[in-house]
Ligand binder design. Sequence first.
Ligand SMILES: *[C@@H]1O[C@H](CO)[C@@H](O)[C@H](O)[C@H]1NC(C)=O
Ligand SMILES: *[C@@H]1O[C@H](CO)[C@@H](O)[C@H](O)[C@H]1NC(C)=O
Ligand SMILES: *[C@@H]1O[C@H](CO)[C@@H](O)[C@H](O)[C@H]1NC(C)=O
Ligand SMILES: *[C@@H]1O[C@H](CO)[C@@H](O)[C@H](O)[C@H]1NC(C)=O
Ligand SMILES: *[C@@H]1O[C@H](CO)[C@@H](O)[C@H](O)[C@H]1NC(C)=O
Ligand SMILES: *[C@@H]1O[C@H](CO)[C@@H](O)[C@H](O)[C@H]1NC(C)=O
Length: 486
Amino acid sequence: MTRLSALAVLSTALLSSPAAAVTFTVPSRSGTGGLTYAPVAPAPVGISFEFFAFPSYFTNVTATKQCLSNWRDLTGTWPPIRIGGTTQDRASFDPNTSAYVVYRVANPADAPMELTFGPRFMTLAGSYEGSVVVGLNRGKNNIDNTIAAARSAVAEVKNLLAIELGNEPEYYPKDGQPLGRGIWNAATDAASQLDWAVRVGRAVGRTNLIQAGNRLQSPPGWGAAQIAQQEDANSRQYVRHYAHHNYPGGNVQQLQQHSRIVSNVRNMFAVDSQTVRRVTGKEYVIGETNSVSGGGAANVSPTYGAALWTMDYILSLTSLNISRVYFHHGTVGNCQYCFWGRYSMGAPYWGATAAVATLAGARTVAALDNGSGMHAAYATFDVEGHPLRVLLYNSNYYTGGMRTSERFTLTGLGSLSGTTVRAKRLTANSSGSRADRGADITFGGQYWTNGTCVLGGTERFETARVENGQVSFDVRAAEALLVYLQ
Ligand SMILES: *[C@@H]1O[C@H](CO)[C@@H](O)[C@H](O)[C@H]1NC(C)=O
Ligand SMILES: *[C@@H]1O[C@H](CO)[C@@H](O)[C@H](O)[C@H]1NC(C)=O
Ligand SMILES: *[C@@H]1O[C@H](CO)[C@@H](O)[C@H](O)[C@H]1NC(C)=O
Ligand SMILES: *[C@@H]1O[C@H](CO)[C@@H](O)[C@H](O)[C@H]1NC(C)=O
Ligand SMILES: *[C@@H]1O[C@H](CO)[C@@H](O)[C@H](O)[C@H]1NC(C)=O
Ligand SMILES: *[C@@H]1O[C@H](CO)[C@@H](O)[C@H](O)[C@H]1NC(C)=O
């Protein structure tokens, strides 16, 4: 040990309180140990692009392609994308324009109130190698225009997974949308969604096409189950799956707190997703989400604490059998919660990538903790049911002073006794650290470069020896550790 690193160890020891202890048993096989297991999709973490901004992200933001391909490198599958949001209900299809999208804004930080888009918009979406969900207009109540757009999507988007018909329709009356005039509630919206699903599906000659729901207000009132229960056999065949939106909000300390994350996820989605699955047998996805609604909160969404939320939220959702989750990206240059922009990276990308790395190649996932404490553990399992990785998370808030630490002990690792396991640490100096303000945030010693999203730094693994089926790691407040069991 050099004098410098001896000093570093000493100062870390002085700044850390004695380790508390928490123990989790890792089941030797998926399906055992009395835990609840959920299947993991090949690429469960996706990105949602605000409709009008999608062409900018794909043609004029260098980091986009690289940030997406970094996850493809981990999982072997391009992450799924969704194109939609508030501006999908302000957009009209213009078959004659050669532009991707046409709009005027007073300030580049604004989203347009009206826009048109042409076939090239769909050609651009079709150039993406991963699956694509395209959100089209229902609010304007111009179904002929939406059918023309849907025909273009079906023709151009080779990896088209689904089409949405309207975004957060509960707000149509408030937004002055023509469809929301008169009586507008969850039941009339569901009737409208299903009527449009049948008419659009028939017009393009496809069943199993529509992503239904896309509502923000809480289930059961505005849930996806409410729609599933209103379907008949004819309308149901046009629905591919169901989506709901979610923005939990709160300050950084609340946002990163494990028990709050779990209760948000369970309260919003446990019953709604289980009902949908029981009634229809179809997938349930989080179609649009991020930390705080309205583009994010300036002092919350760009922080390392929000990155920790992103990580834990993804694992919490996937453990609940939510198939995919799409993190929203709004106006380029005016987006507090974005994972990347034109010039800089956003801290949440670190947390999302830690979650992608946890789930990569996994067939099943299970939460090892009961969701009521500050400490979380998730285990993933491979195709043969063997434990693959465990993600440990100490969700205590930290912004300075003495940094508490927790000793996590994993048991049940008898088959690994006598071997050494590796781990990657997600860390930063403070829950308030911001990559877009020069703070040092690392995952396994590495970071992503401003403007390009190219991985930088040297990959660093910690190691620990498994003795008598047990291994221990210290995880400080506001840190996570990904333990590789293979
Ligand atoms: C690309 O971004 C730059 C910088 O904001 C802007 O000036 C330019 O108009 C954008 N080009 C397109 C095609 O969006
Ligand atoms: C597109 O152009 C054709 C031929 O010029 C014209 O007939 C049609 O009305 C135009 N459609 C729209 C939506 O502008
Ligand atoms: C998870 O959902 C899928 C459908 O998306 C279903 O086939 C599967 O049985 C569900 N599993 C659990 C554990 O609920
Ligand atoms: C959850 O786990 C913690 C830590 O093991 C325990 O103290 C608590 O009683 C458990 N809560 C429930 C509801 O089981
Ligand atoms: C990334 O960009 C932000 C915003 O300009 C800056 O504060 C930060 O220092 C940059 N990070 C690196 C590693 O250059
Ligand atoms: C993080 O903390 C370390 C140790 O106290 C310090 O050397 C470093 O400058 C800090 N980094 C930032 C970006 O604040």
